[in-house]
Each structure stands twice: as C-alpha cells, then as structure tokens.
Design a protein around this ligand. Structure first.
Ligand SMILES: C[S@@+](CC[C@H](N)C(=O)[O-])C[C@H]1O[C@@H](n2cnc3c(N)ncnc32)[C@H](O)[C@@H]1O
Length: 279
C-alpha cells in the first residue's frame, strides 16, 4: 500500500481508510497520538499484538512514517498474507513465551508495544512480563480494551485483583517502592519494575506504561526564601549546599546583567526596593 503524507493524523487516516479493515474505539485515537506521536519520523520499531485484518498495522505504519517497522502477532495463520514493506506478520500466541522470545530475538527491541490481542488478563499479563525487557528505554507499552477487567464474561468485576486493572494497581505500587519507609522488609524495596518504569497512564479502557531509568527521587529547592522559616524551620537550616550554590550563582555580575536584560522592569523594581530599604 502506498504511504500517504505522514503529516496527517490517525483520525484522518481512519476516516479515509481505503486499506485493510480495522476496529477501534473512537476515543483511542487521542491516546495513541499523545503517546505514539513523539516517535513519528524516527523510524521506530513497533510490535502490535492482535492483527485481525491488518488495518491497524497499516495505519500505524502510515502515521509513524517511512522507515517504521511493525511486527504483527496473531494466532490466525491467515495473517501471513498481510506482509508488505515495513509490516511483518508473525503467527503465534501472545501467551506463548518461547514464541515471544523468538520474535524479540529476531525483531526486537521495540520502541512501541501495543496489546490488542485476546483481551484476557492471563494473556495481557503474560505478554507484559515477557515483552517489557524488550522495550527500549523511552519506549511505551500500551494495553487496550482493559475494560474486560470489568466484564463478567472475561471474569472481571469491580475491585478485583486478578484482572489487568488489578495488575496495573500492582505496577502503581511498584512505581512507588522508593517511598516505602521500611525497605528492610524482604521483597518490599524497589524492584525491577520500580527502576525501569517512569510512568503509568490510565484512560478509559487503556493503560500505558513508560519505560525508562527511574532513579530514587531527589528533592531540590531553588530561589530566594521570601520568609524567615520554611515549613516551620529556620530558612537557613533548610537550605542545602546545592541550593546555596544556586543562590550564589544568581549573584554573579554576568547573571545579574542577564536577568536585567531579560526583564528590565523587574530589575528596576528590585533596585528601587533595595534603595528604599537602605534609606
Ligand atoms: C480486536 S482484534 C485486533 C484488531 C486490530 N488490532 C485492529 O485494530 O483492527 C484481536 C485479534 O487478536 C487475535 N488474538 C486472539 N487471541 C490471541 C492470542 N492469544 N495471541 C495473539 N493474538 C490473539 C485475534 O485472532 C484477533 O485477530
């Protein structure tokens, strides 16, 4: 299929789709654009679980631009006929760990992984755990149709642990493990999820996980104290060496000149206040 101009968005493509059939909930396009947009024109490698007729593979190939490779996984043999430049069908199940390892060995690592496969929790979980190490730092892992976590026919329901939303809650806990007060309790300190995941975004029916180096949070302050105390303690006791260095840098003559040129009105007000206080 000929690629159209890569400047047009996903919704435009969907409305004008003359390629293969695809099946999407309307509100997904904004979420895709938010999380996949940064990869446009950067020749990303994407893995989509659940190919069906292949329309979604073609749409993302168009959207992400020339040089994009999209590997599509599906249990149906018939998808082999959907191969075209930049689109690589692979037949197998998203819960078959040997199959996934082989796909990753041959095509990975990936910048984007999208799970639109069986929508069963056990499969969504198996794929997430198996594929996460094969996502690059800065990559995104998007699982869609997670509303199955609430549907009786998928053994879902409100407040359940054994659903993908339950799984997401555990990943939210992992994201915050640096904050556990007693890291001495075995298994409660930061784990591999904590250190390799920088964010989780939850939408209606979609969860997106951001991959990246997540170090222990560092708290910093900058700027001049406006009052004598900070959170009830003397300001001087609260200012770290780092902060003191930042304040000292503000007072160098070149920094003062730069600040005055950036905002002459504020510089004049500062000078006037200083003159008033010295009267
Ligand atoms: C909702 S459709 C995918 C739709 C497609 N992504 C689109 O947007 O047009 C789900 C697909 O997942 C496939 N599927 C079901 N179970 C699977 C499994 N365990 N592993 C991989 N694919 C599976 C089905 O054969 C079906 O084609």
């Amino acid at each position: 299929m000929r690629l159209r101009r890569p400047t047009l968005g996903l919704r435009w493509y969907f409305e004008h789709n003359d390629g293969h059939l695809m099946d999407k909930w309307d509100h997904y396009f904004d979420v895709y654009e938010r999380h996949f947009g940064p990869f446009r024109g950067r020749k990303p490698k994407m893995l989509e679980i659940g190919v069906s007729h292949g329309g979604s593979l073609q749409m993302f190939r168009h959207y992400l631009g020339r040089g994009t490779t999209i590997v599509g996984i599906d249990v149906h043999e018939r998808i082999v006929g959907l191969a075209e430049p930049g689109i690589v069908p692979e037949v197998g199940s998203q819960s078959d760990l040997d199959f996934l390892a082989d796909v990753c060995r041959r095509h990975g690592p990936f910048d984007i992984i999208l799970d639109d496969g069986s929508h069963w929790y056990r499969d969504q979980r198996a794929s997430l755990h198996a594929l996460w190490p094969h996502l690059v730092d800065g990559g995104v892992y998007l699982v869609e149709d997670v509303h199955t976590s609430y549907m009786a026919r998928y053994e879902g329901g409100l407040g359940r642990d054994d659903t993908f939303i339950g799984e997401t809650q555990r990943r939210v806990d992992d994201l915050h493990r640096y904050w556990l007060d007693d890291e001495g309790v075995e298994g409660e300190g930061p784990n591999d999820w904590t250190t390799s995941m920088t964010g989780i975004h939850v939408y209606d029916s979609i969860v997106v996980f951001d991959k990246g180096v997540h170090s222990a949070p560092v708290r910093r302050m900058t700027g001049r104290p406006a009052f004598e105390t900070i959170y009830g303690f003397p300001a001087d006791d609260m200012i770290t060496d780092d902060h003191r260095a930042q304040l000292a840098a503000l007072n160098t003559p070149p920094a003062r000149v730069r600040r005055a040129l950036r905002d002459p009105r504020a510089a004049w007000q500062r000078l006037a206040a200083r003159l008033r206080s010295s009267e």
